[in-house]
Design a protein around this ligand. Structure first.
Ligand SMILES: C[S@@+](CC[C@H](N)C(=O)[O-])C[C@H]1O[C@@H](n2cnc3c(N)ncnc32)[C@H](O)[C@@H]1O
Length: 199
């Protein structure tokens, strides 16, 4: 198993028990993101050379980051033919001394937990970018979270991007009824959130 800088030591540190079994998490949480979403994000934001795609699925986002010259660490709870074959439960394990940024489209049911875990896993000043439904702005629990931990920028996708169940874009290509956005945190940022419109 490689660590994030390419060594062979065991990298994963258990960071607490979870109520959720691996089996539960494998339920239909795999919705691949149209790679264009990653291209649009890279046009707007600069990221650390090393990016951790911590719920990489089939690598639809990770491949774009790699192509753009980033070193990408790609992990997932379920190996889907891309990235590290060793499952990594992001809510229970982390990479030691990780210096880079985290970018993913998280499993929606655990999105808030993923954001919190990602912010805990990066250094101050580093970035966490999450591809989420725009409606993730709503909700009392989220409002409390945003008040303490505001994203620096929310990039709204004004023409719709697709997410396809099981990575099957042929079947789900017209399923673009949902508005998505990139939510970008800079760890430690306490100012107002800026909203921008992309594509
Ligand atoms: C919405 S899909 C997105 C896949 C990929 N990020 C993309 O954008 O194409 C969410 C992914 O999260 C993974 N996942 C769910 N729970 C996880 C966990 N606790 N730790 C790591 N990955 C998890 C699923 O296996 C699935 O591949």
């Amino acid at each position: 198993m490689k660590d994030w800088i390419g060594g062979k030591n065991s990298i994963y540190t258990a960071i607490g028990a979870s109520n959720h079994t691996k089996k539960e998490r494998q339920n239909d949480d795999y919705y691949a993101t149209e790679p264009k979403a990653a291209e649009l994000l890279l046009q707007q934001e600069q990221f650390h050379h090393t990016i951790w795609e911590c719920a990489c699925g089939g690598g639809h986002l990770a491949k774009v980051f790699q192509k753009a010259g980033h070193e990408v660490i790609a992990t997932d709870l379920v190996y889907r033919g891309y990235g590290d074959p060793e499952p990594l439960n992001f809510l229970e394990e982390t990479l030691e001394d990780f210096e880079g940024d985290i970018i993913t489209n998280p499993p929606y049911k655990y999105a808030l937990e993923f954001i919190q875990r990602a912010l805990d896993s990066v250094k101050p000043g580093r970035k966490v970018a999450m591809f989420l439904k725009l409606t993730f702005l709503e909700g009392k629990k989220r409002k409390e979270f945003y008040q303490k931990t505001p994203p620096r920028t929310v990039y709204v996708s004004s023409s719709r991007l697709n997410c396809a169940m099981n990575g099957d874009f042929d079947t789900y290509k017209s399923n673009n009824a949902i508005c998505y956005a990139w939510f970008v945190w800079v760890k430690g940022y306490q100012g107002n959130t800026i909203i921008k419109w992309i594509n």
